[in-house]
Design a protein around this ligand. Structure first.
Ligand code: 13P
Length: 251
């Protein structure tokens, strides 16, 4: 059984001061809730204070990105050992905003996956197609290519440590979520690729999330689908009450 995972990606939002009030409220709202694994990914500047505030809670810490080198002259970058040292359990890699605005290639994303794993941090690997690709019928090809770059480096003994997130780019921040059937269809396709590359047992253990305009109004329906194991949430993770309703989607 795959435990549902709800992860909040705050993106470039929340100062340290704002993060403190959001985290304090959230800790309170989800206190004792064990049915969902809860992860929040604040900006780097808020990681430390967040870590302090969630220390005795059921919330885990994630980062939004990292660099694949160990250390050195890479101005502005953050390493896996820095994230490990601060207490990050997860790191988002290959978000479409990074691929698009910062020109990250699938090869770089794959290197980040390896680096995160070697420091015991679970990567949340984002994949997903653009609107034109969906409309021209190439969505699966695009996702397959992104996944295959990961397959080149991901060994079977590490595969169960990663999480995938299918985030169709046209659904991010637009208010227009994929239908639960379409999301499930792509996620099943990804699981099938995992099965072909590794084996059925491994594929059945790996969690695959959906992301793109997830909100309290659509989470239940998404989570009734066979293969959707949780959500990677942007906008709706910035309000403690809203995010806690996503976490407690079963209620
Ligand atoms: P929204 O939930 O704001 O659509 O963002 C999704 C996302 O990009 C999460 O990584």
């Amino acid at each position: 059984m795959r435990k549902p995972l709800i992860a909040g990606n705050w993106k470039m939002n929340k100062t340290v001061t704002e993060s403190i009030s959001l985290v304090k409220e959230l800790v309170d709202f989800v206190k004792g809730y064990q049915e969902t694994e809860i992860v929040i990914c604040p900006p780097y500047t808020s990681l430390w204070v967040t870590k302090e505030l969630i220390q005795d809670s059921n919330i885990l810490l994630g980062a939004q990105n990292m660099y694949f080198q160990d250390e050195g002259a890479y101005t502005g970058e953050i390493s896996a050992s820095m994230l490990q040292n601060i207490g990050c359990h997860y790191v988002i890699v290959g978000h479409s905003e990074r691929r698009e605005y910062f020109h990250e290639s699938s090869r770089e994303v794959a290197r980040k996956v390896c680096q995160a794993l070697s420091f015991g941090i679970k990567p949340i690997i984002c994949v997903g197609e653009k609107l034109e690709e969906r409309e021209s019928g190439t969505a699966k090809e695009v996702v397959k290519e992104e996944i295959e770059a990961i397959f080149e480096v991901l060994k079977s003994q590490d595969a169960v440590e990663v999480v995938f997130a299918y985030e169709p780019i046209w659904a991010i921040g637009t208010g227009k979520s994929a239908t639960s059937q379409d999301a499930n269809d792509m996620i099943k396709y990804i699981r099938n690729l995992l099965q072909q590359k590794y084996n059925e047992k491994i594929a059945e253990q790996i969690r695959i999330l959906y992301g793109g305009s997830v909100k309290p109004e659509n989470i239940k329906e998404l989570m009734t689908e066979s293969d959707i194991d949780g959500a990677l949430v942007g906008g709706a993770s910035l309000k403690a009450l809203t995010f806690s309703r996503l976490v407690k989607f079963r209620e």
